[in-house]
Every structure is written in C-alpha cells, then in structure tokens.
Design a protein around this ligand. Sequence first.
Ligand SMILES: C[S@@+](CC[C@H](N)C(=O)[O-])C[C@H]1O[C@@H](n2cnc3c(N)ncnc32)[C@H](O)[C@@H]1O
Length: 217
Amino acid sequence: MNRVLSDTIDALLDAANPEPPELLREMTEYGREQEFPIVGPDVGQFFRVAATLADAERVFEFGSGFGYSAAWFRTALPADGDIVLTDYDESNLATAREFLDRQDGATAHYEAGDAMATFEDYDGPFDVVLLDHDKPLYVEAFEDAREKLADGGVVVADNVMAGPVEPENVTAALDGAEPVDDHTEAIAEYVAHVRDDPGFETAFVPLGEGISVSVKR
Ligand SMILES: C[S@@+](CC[C@H](N)C(=O)[O-])C[C@H]1O[C@@H](n2cnc3c(N)ncnc32)[C@H](O)[C@@H]1O
C-alpha cells in the first residue's frame, strides 16, 4: 500500500489506534501477503468511526475485494443492519464470505458483477456508501448515490491522494494543469465535484492512500 503519511506519523498511528479485532488483523496480513489493495487499518478504523457517527445501519460498497473494508464497517453496524459487497471478481467475494462468516453482525449481501448495475437494483436509503472501484466511475457513482443516501449519510472515497495516482499530480490537475493520466483526471474531477457540491460537506483525510468524506446536509 502506497501510504501518504510519513513513517513517523504511521508509527504514531500504529501506536495510538486501538488494536484491531483478531479477524481484522488476519485480514490485514492476508491483504499484505496477496499484495491486494486494501484500505488498511488506519482507514478501517476511520470507517468504523464514520459509520458510528452516521449511526449507520446500511452500507453499500462499490468495490469490496475480499471484504476487508466491509469487515471494518461491520464492526460498527447493528446486528439487524445490512452491508452490500460488490466486486467484478466472484473469487474475491467467495474469500470475503469465508472471512465474514467468522464475524458476527449485520447481514452481508455478496453481489458479483458491475457495482454500478448492482446499485440500481437496491433501494435506499444507505447511511454509508464507499467508492473504491474504477476511479473514472467515482463521479457517476456519487451522483447515483445522492438520492439513495440518508440525510446525514456519508460517501467515503478511497485513493484521492495515492495508489493509482500521485498527490502532486492531483494537485497540479486541480490547479488547472493537463492531467498526466486517466486516473489523475478522474480523481481530480471527483475531488472538485464533491468540494463544490452545496448538498454535501466534504473533508479530505490523508490516511492510507487518502480518503474523502462527504456528508449529506
Ligand atoms: C481497491 S479494491 C477494493 C478494496 C476494498 N474496498 C478494501 O479496502 O478491502 C477494488 C475492487 O473493486 C473491483 N471493481 C472495480 N471496478 C468495479 C466495478 N465497476 N464493479 C464491481 N467491482 C469493481 C475490483 O475487482 C477490485 O477487487
């Protein structure tokens, strides 16, 4: 994982954050072994707090991989809550099911295929929506999520600073330079889109690979 913060701050976060539950520690290790692009434990803890602040009962994930971010959200959801996991790759979702079956909590729905189409099939409201799928689809997914998001609900998006992009390239694109590639163009477009949306209050948080948090007014 290509983290944004310095080693010093990373070490502080490791020391300061609560010890993750055993299953999450195992999943972090699995992600690192497989070199799978998970959000990581600092962002996971942040998601847990965001879901708690939103009093979340229902979560939809665009891009779930093997269920790491979902397992973090689930730690904050009530037992009668719901979380929808999506991924193109059925084998990722099969692994997610194996891990999440070992965790008590909200009902998990595993939806293989295009997350954009899956989202159309679900009624709202959702309290939290995660964008962690194809970066060029972020703005469209955000717009799709708008009407299905509860008041006070939250859209979190990963990779707004690192991962498939470099922070200085996103900054330059936001300042008007020609984006260096499609991912940079998509992320800069998303950042400006949520920043300028009067219906949401947005903050950018340099944990992990950089996340944006947009709360519906
Ligand atoms: C960065 S990984 C997700 C990681 C996960 N959120 C976590 O932190 O544990 C992105 C995943 O999204 C999936 N993906 C990308 N675009 C998608 C789409 N349009 N529909 C469904 N899955 C998609 C990829 O197959 C990949 O497994």
